[in-house]
Design a protein around this ligand. Structure first.
Ligand code: HEM
Length: 398
């Protein structure tokens, strides 16, 4: 059997081009045949995808073979996301230190009133499009607060969505602005904030980055700007998607909603099962440093490869009834929704906290919420709800 005969390339094409709901069906057909698929667009671009749980996990921890330096040498890189060891380590230690439990714990008390205020205004309105409003406003406001971006969350939120359009999965969308233009727009206000924190540090992430530096060596402005942007871009749409996906899932599942109202202590379990079954970040790119056998298929050196965390989390070889949302699933925490190995997500404690606070407030303030109209989703590289009309029934109306 040749590689081309074996590869389910039609399914991989659906994944690679991100055609709405087809992506999830494509995973099924790829996983039924094997672990790996290959896509050739016929004009010289070949991409590989790893889809099964065991092989995706193995690739994620093997940065000797699967490099995160996916852009050409000398091109701008987002750090630590696009670095390999040993360069990666010091940046990662700095980021990990921003999310130490004692540093993020005080944020919870500040984000809860934001969630309560936004949810109450939605309940007052009866039926709302959660996708267009809440799902982005809450994560944007609370992430800006964590990073130290002041009250300018509308500006930064709009900037992040333009940047995502400009760079999504390495492909520039038609009509989007140039990444260089967007960088030139954000650098001056960020530099002003960075300089202010150098003078008077506070408790936010910018203050931590400028005072701690990299293993003790203070960082120049351009590096700090890059790190702040990395935190903001990596932390915003992922959490927004996780939140929207989970609310959508619960809106279609009154039984699980009721279980969580009666047992709020299960909310963290629901969050883990939610990011397993509807992983916000469906893929992350890598580049192979040498030929490598993945589940019986050889991916050649210097290939573009996507690690499909979203597919791995639905692999029937790794999970019993993977398509069932089961809050009590015993082994759900081994999901790959936050990655694995060197690059695993440093911001997961904050993302989990944001989702938990919203679910606690939403479940407490409603007796039920349900889908009230057509839903629009993105599926790959990010799984999200862009439009989610919800009918909310207040708790005291029950
Ligand atoms: C539900 C929410 C989130 C999800 C699903 C998520 C998912 C991920 C995944 C899958 C990776 C691994 C990347 C790889 O394998 O190359 C990652 C890395 C990363 N995440 Fe998150 N993330 C979330 C929230 C956040 C938040 C809130 C922040 C920051 C405020 C953040 C910052 C980062 C950074 C900086 C990295 C790069 C780490 C490295 O390269 O070592 N994430 N995230």
């Amino acid at each position: 059997m040749t590689v081309t005969d074996w590869v389910p390339s039609v399914a991989m094409k659906d994944v690679a081009t991100g055609t709405a709901e087809t992506v999830l069906t494509a995973y099924e057909s790829i996983l039924a045949e094997g672990s790996v698929a290959r896509y050739d667009d016929g004009v010289g671009n070949v991409m590989w995808g790893i889809f099964s749980y065991a092989e995706t996990e193995q690739a994620a921890v093997d940065s000797d073979v699967f490099s995160s330096v996916t852009v050409p040498e000398g091109a701008p890189r987002i750090l630590p996301l696009m670095a390999d060891p040993p360069e990666h380590g010091a940046y990662k230690r700095l980021f990990n230190s921003c999310f130490r439990p004692d540093r993020i714990a005080p944020i919870e008390a500040r984000m809860r009133p934001v969630a309560a205020e936004l949810i109450d205004s939605m309940i007052g309105a009866g039926t709302v499009d959660l996708g267009a409003t809440f799902v982005y406003e809450f994560p944007t406001r609370t992430l800006c607060e964590f990073i130290g971006l002041g009250d300018e969350w509308k500006f930064y939120g709009r900037w992040a969505s333009e940047m995502e359009k400009a760079t999504s999965a390495g492909v520039r969308n038609a009509g989007s602005r140039l990444p260089e233009e967007l960088m030139a727009e954000i650098a001056p206000p960020l530099l002003a904030l960075i300089n202010a924190r150098r003078e008077t540090p506070g408790t936010d992430a910018i203050s931590r980055i400028v005072t701690a530096g990299l293993d003790g060596a203070l960082l120049p402005d351009d590096v700090v700007v890059g790190l702040v942007i990395a935190l903001f871009l990596a932390g915003l749409n992922t959490t927004a998607s996780g939140l929207g996906n989970l609310i959508y899932r619960l809106a279609r599942d009154q039984e699980s909603q009721q279980l969580l109202r009666e047992h709020p202590e299960l909310i963290p379990e629901a969050i883990e099962e939610g990011v397993r079954i509807d992983s916000p970040q469906q893929e992350m790119p890598r580049r192979t440093k040498r030929d490598i056998d993945v589940g019986g298929t050889v991916i050649p050196a210097d290939s573009a490869v996507f690690l499909n965390y979203g597919s791995a989390n639905l692999d029937p070889k790794a999970w019993d009834n993977p398509e069932v949302f089961d809050i009590r699933r015993a082994d759900k925490r081994r999901h790959l929704a936050f990655g694995r190995g060197q690059h695993s997500c440093p911001g997961s404690p904050l993302g989990r906290m944001q989702m938990r606070v919203v679910l606690e407030e939403l479940l407490r303030r409603t007796s039920s919420f349900s889908v009230a109209g057509p839903v629009e989703r993105l599926t790959w590289p990010r799984l999200s709800v862009e439009r989610l009309p919800l009918r909310l029934v207040p708790a005291d109306a029950a």
